[in-house]
Design a binder for this molecule. Structure first.
Ligand SMILES: Cc1ncc(COP(=O)(O)O)c(C=O)c1O
Length: 374
C-alpha cells in the first residue's frame, strides 16, 4: 500500500524510556574534579543543587536524598505518619510509593482511580478517609497532574497533609505553575530513567520551611551535620538517606540542559493528544483544563492493549504497562478492597514513548501506525 507505514520507524526502534545525561564535555570535567576533590560526601555541591532544583520547581524549601523512595519516607515522617496510621494512596503506581508507607510503619488505604487517567480523584480520596488517616499520598501517574486542588480541599477540611509523588511529573504544571509548591510536600525522583537523573536521587519540597532542619537530621542518622559531633544528642531514629556531592554534581550539570528536554516531552504529548484524539479503537486520557502534563510516557486506553502492543512492536515501537497494580502484591494484602475504576484503567491502559528522544518524524510514524489499527 502506497501510504502504509514502513515496518520500521524513521530512525531505528523507538524505546519507551531512555537515560538523559548531560553531554560529556559538560559533565566529565566536573565529575573528575569532584571525584578527586577529597570531598565526595554531602557538601556545598549538594546545597547548590538543592537551590538550583528549588528554582526549577518554584519552591526554595528543598531537601535532597539518595532516592525518591527515601524522600517519600522522610515526607511521611515529617507529615507525622507513625506506626498504626493509614495513608490514603493509589495502587496504580510504582511499588516504592507504597513501600515508603510501610517503611513509616503505616498501612496504605487505597482510594480508587479515575479510569480515564489512572489518577486519584477528590471524590475517591474523600470516600477513603477514616479516623486513622494521617496523610494522603497522590501520584501524578505518567506525568498527568492529579486534581490536586480538589484533593487539597478535601485534605484541608480534615486537617490531613497531602504528599505529592511527582516521580513521573517533573515539569508538569497545575494552574500555570510547575509542580513543587501546591501541597504540603512534593517528591521528585532522579532515578535513571526519569525526566532528569542524577543516576539515583530524590528531592522533597516542603511548604513549611520550619520542617527543613528535622528533614536534614532524619536523612543523616538524626544528627545535625553542622553541630560539633561529640556535642550532639541523637534523640530520634535517623537514616542514611542524604545525597552526595557526586550525584549533586551530575544534578547541577543537568539543571543547565534539562528545560529543552522537559519541553520536548510536553510538546510531544500535546501533539499526540491532538493527533490520536480521533483514532478509532483508542481513547486518550482526560484531565483537568488547569493541568498541563509533562508526559513521562504517553498513556492510551483501548479494549485490546495487548494486541496494540504487539502491533506497535512489529513496527519497532516499544510499549508496556510499566507497572503492576500494587494491590496485587502480597505485601499489601491487608489493604485489598474493590477498586472498579482501577480495574477498568488497568485492563485498558498502555504506555507509549513520548520523551525527548521521540523526534517529529518518529512521532508522526507512531500516529500513522496506530491509525492503521491492530
Ligand atoms: C511513582 C514513583 N514513585 C516513587 C518512585 C521511587 O523513586 P526512586 O526510584 O528514586 O526511589 C518511583 C520510581 O522508581 C516512581 O515511579
Amino acid at each position: 500500500m502506497a501510504n502504509s507505514p514502513s515496518s520500521k520507524p524513521p530512525r531505528g526502534d523507538i524505546p519507551l524510556f531512555k537515560v538523559a545525561l548531560p553531554p560529556p564535555e559538560l559533565l566529565m570535567p566536573r565529575l573528575q574534579s569532584v571525584l578527586y576533590s577529597g570531598q565526595i560526601s554531602e557538601g556545598e555541591p549538594v546545597a547548590a543543587f538543592e537551590r538550583g532544583f528549588g528554582d526549577l520547581v518554584g519552591n526554595p524549601h528543598c531537601l535532597s536524598f539518595y532516592s525518591g523512595t527515601a524522600a517519600l519516607h522522610i515526607a511521611l515522617l515529617l507529615a507525622g505518619v507513625a506506626a498504626g496510621d493509614e495513608v490514603i494512596s493509589t495502587a496504580m503506581t510504582a511499588e516504592p510509593t507504597n513501600q515508603a508507607i510501610l517503611h513509616a510503619g503505616a498501612t496504605p488505604r487505597w482510594a480508587d482511580v479515575d479510569p480515564s487517567n489512572g489518577n486519584l480523584s477528590a471524590e475517591t480520596v474523600a470516600a477513603a478517609i477514616t479516623p486513622r488517616t494521617r496523610a494522603i499520598l497522590v501520584v501524578h501517574y505518567g506525568g498527568i497532574p492529579a486534581p490536586i486542588a480538589g484533593i487539597n480541599a478535601v485534605a484541608a477540611r480534615h486537617g490531613i497533609p497531602v504528599i505529592e509523588d511527582a516521580a513521573h511529573a517533573l515539569g508538569a504544571r497545575y494552574d500555570g505553575r510547575v509542580l513543587g509548591s501546591h501541597s504540603a510536600f512534593v517528591m521528585f525522583s532522579l532515578q535513571a530513567i526519569k525526566h532528569m537523573t542524577t543516576v539515583d536521587g530524590g528531592m522533597l519540597t516542603c511548604a513549611d520551611p520550619a520542617l527543613l532542619p528535622k528533614g536534614r537530621r532524619l536523612r543523616w542518622f538524626g544528627i545535625d551535620r553542622h553541630a560539633p559531633r561529640t556535642e550532639v544528642d541523637v534523640s530520634e531514629i535517623g537514616f542514611k538517606y542524604h545525597m552526595n556531592n557526586v550525584n549533586a554534581t551530575i544534578g547541577l550539570a543537568q539543571l543547565e540542559v534539562i528545560q529543552p528536554l522537559l519541553d520536548r516531552h510536553c510538546a510531544n504529548g500535546r501533539s499526540l493528544d491532538a493527533a490520536l484524539a480521533g483514532v478509532s479503537g483508542l481513547e486518550i486520557c482526560r484531565f483537568e483544563d488547569r493541568a498541563a502534563p509533562s508526559y513521562w510516557f504517553y498513556t492510551v486506553l483501548c479494549d485490546d492493549p495487548e494486541g496494540m502492543s504487539k502491533h506497535l512492536a512489529a513496527h519497532g515501537i516499544a510499549s508496556s504497562k510499566a507497572h503492576k497494580r500494587n494491590d496485587l502484591h502480597s505485601v499489601f494484602a491487608s489493604s485489598r478492597r474493590d477498586l472498579p475504576g482501577l480495574d477498568r484503567f488497568y485492563a485498558r491502559m498502555l504506555h507509549l514513548p513520548c520523551g525527548w528522544w521521540v523526534d517529529d518524524a518518529s512521532r508522526e510514524y507512531m500516529v500513522e501506525v496506530l491509525q492503521r489499527g491492530w
